[in-house]
Design a protein around this ligand. Structure first.
Ligand code: ZN
Length: 159
């Protein structure tokens, strides 16, 4: 059985950046499980998994354009502290919704001083080239419920 639309796929992976630093991983004992063909993964990754079989091991390199996008300077900057009235203490790592010309975005606080809060609305991996080492661990047909819900159920998936 190979990976095609409406198969539930489990895979182990190691994600590293250009310097070889590990950003994220899942091992064969607790693979990431997803429903293929429903854009649950970034497109470059889903495309690379199509047609593979259990036991296949391969590597892919995704430039920012095929991963989490290029870094957008317009989504980052300093905002006056007064814009956060009603928040007891603004701290690094907090997330807020902010209005941008393209609509609401979730921003993460990256720095705080007496007068300004620096926020960034880019995905943490925006601008990064992603290197994935992947091993396909399991493939099965999806249930009707999974296809209707457009996600995998059971261990590793949505419960
Ligand atoms: Zn569901």
């Amino acid at each position: 059985m190979s990976i095609t639309k409406n198969r539930v796929v489990g895979f182990a992976y190691t994600l590293t950046d250009d310097d070889g630093a590990v950003i994220d991983s899942a091992d064969v004992q607790s693979p990431l499980v997803y429903l293929h063909g429903h854009s649950q993964l970034i497109a470059g990754m889903e495309n690379a998994l199509g047609g593979r079989e259990v036991g296949d091991q391969f590597s892919i390199v995704l430039p920012p354009e095929e991963a989490y996008g290029v870094y957008d300077e317009n989504l980052a900057g300093a905002v006056p502290v007064s814009a956060f009235q009603g928040v007891d203490a603004v701290e690094v790592g907090m997330q807020f919704q902010m209005e941008f010309p393209g609509g609401l975005k979730v921003v993460t606080v990256s720095a705080v001083d007496d007068q300004h809060v620096t926020v960034d609305g880019n995905h943490p991996l925006a601008g990064d080239t992603l290197h994935f080492d992947i091993e396909v661990v399991s493939i099965r047909a999806a249930t009707q419920d999974e296809i209707e819900h457009r996600h995998a159920h059971g261990p590793g998936g949505h419960q």
